[in-house]
Every structure is written in structure tokens, then in C-alpha cells.
Design a protein around this ligand. Structure first.
Ligand SMILES: [Zn+2]
Length: 234
């Protein structure tokens, strides 16, 4: 068999092997990459804190309003109950009630503002919860797909390796070494095809006798320009 053709086949096998291995590396990186889950969890924690803080603020103001309302009814009971007769005391009670009413009005404004914030933070919390659930589910789905792909790639690699072993037995050791060195130095492309009258890798023109050598079944022809093995089908 044409030695150049054998090396060309070997290179195809090695290219497939490299790309399968590279994809497994990419898959391993993707399996570890749960940035979206982590980010959405962070957002959810922040939204929870904000919601709790707004709830506490709201309750605090609301308690204050309720306390003042109790105070008003107590003062009103004293004012209209008849137990207090002293005009100065009665006047003080009236002043106290009107001052309490004023401060309740102010607190009601604050309460309304807090209620709006509380409503917003509740909506944000719902949104963040949904996003977190979705991120987790997407991650699980993606990982299941990637794991499936990884398993079939591993099986494919086993097939490629056995194909490589049977191919390489037909190639002598020194040619294997030459191929190995070239493949390493030429970024995976050790063997180029003869394309018309040129080297398929670097495009250098070849003479008629060089092309003849490239088509030879027994000897290897190396491109005088780029140093790669050129294989020409005869
Ligand atoms: Zn070349």
C-alpha cells in the first residue's frame, strides 16, 4: 500500500482522536461550570434579605401606629369618661390626642411608602426564586446531555484507538517517528495531499519529477517548502 496514503489515514485517525479528547476536556469544564446557578442563588439570597428587611420595617411602623391608636383611645376615655375634671388636665389630654393624630398621619405616609417597597421586594423575590429554580433545572438538563455525549465519545475513542493500532502496525518505526515529529511541529498537519501541482498545505508549486515522487508508493516525498509529507494518489 502507498506509504503516504497510510500516513494520511493515520493522520485522519489522530485528528479524530484529538478532537474527541478535546471535546471531553470541554465537557468536563462545562460540567463544573455552574456560574448561572451560583449567580441566581446569590440574587435570591439578596432578594430574601431585602424582603425580610422591608417586612420588619413595615411591621415596626405598623406597631408604632397601633400603639399610638391605643394611646388615643385611652386618652379619649379619660377625656370623655368624666373622671378628669381639671380644665388644665382636660386641655392637656386634648393636645395629646391631636399630637398623636398628627404623628399617626405622618406614620401612615411612611407605612404606605414601605408597603410599596415591600410589594416590589416580594415581586423581586418571586422572580429570583423562579430564576434560581430554572438555572438549577437547566444545569441538570445540560449535565445529563453532556454526560451522555461524554460516554459516547469515550466509546468512540476506544474504536479509534483500535483502528489506530491496526493501521500503525503496517508502518515502520522510523516512518512513525518522522510522522510523529512532523505532526507535533506542524500543529497536527504532518501529511498534505498533492493538490493539482502544489503542496496541499503550503501551496508551493512542485515540478513534474517531485509530483512523481509524491505519487510513489514506496518512498516518502517531503515538501521542499514546508517540510510536510506530501501524498499524491497515483
Ligand atoms: Zn508544503
Amino acid at each position: 500500500m502507498n506509504i503516504g496514503f497510510q500516513l494520511y489515514q493515520l493522520q485522519e485517525i489522530d485528528t479524530n482522536l484529538d478532537s474527541a479528547k478535546k471535546r471531553i476536556g470541554d465537557i468536563d469544564a462545562l460540567l463544573e461550570n455552574n456560574v448561572k446557578v451560583i449567580n441566581s442563588q446569590d440574587n435570591l439570597e439578596k432578594a430574601k434579605k431585602q424582603f425580610i428587611s422591608n417586612t420588619n420595617d413595615f411591621n415596626k411602623i405598623n406597631d408604632e401606629v397601633q400603639n399610638k391608636k391605643i394611646k388615643i383611645s385611652q386618652s379619649e376615655a379619660s377625656l370623655y369618661g368624666g373622671s378628669v375634671k381639671n380644665p388644665k388636665e382636660l386641655e392637656d389630654l386634648q393636645l395629646e390626642i391631636s399630637s398623636l393624630i398628627k404623628s399617626i398621619q405622618k406614620l401612615d405616609d411612611a407605612l404606605l411608602e414601605k408597603l410599596i417597597q415591600l410589594d416590589q421586594s416580594e415581586k423581586l423575590l418571586e422572580k429570583c426564586t423562579e430564576e434560581f429554580i430554572k438555572a438549577k433545572s437547566d444545569f441538570a438538563t445540560q449535565n445529563a446531555l453532556l454526560m451522555g455525549e461524554k460516554i459516547s465519545l469515550s466509546e468512540k475513542i476506544q474504536v479509534i484507538i483500535s483502528k489506530r493500532q491496526s493501521t500503525i502496525t503496517e508502518i515502520d518505526k522510523s516512518t512513525q517517528e518522522q510522522y510523529g515529529r512532523l505532526r507535533k511541529n506542524k500543529k497536527g498537519l504532518a501529511v498534505a495531499k498533492l493538490q493539482d501541482d502544489t503542496c496541499g498545505a503550503c501551496g508551493a508549486g512542485l515540478t513534474a519529477s517531485q509530483r512523481q515522487e509524491a505519487r510513489s508508493a514506496t518512498t516518502l516525498f517531503v515538501c521542499p517548502s514546508c517540510g510536510r509529507i506530501i501524498y499524491g494518489s497515483s
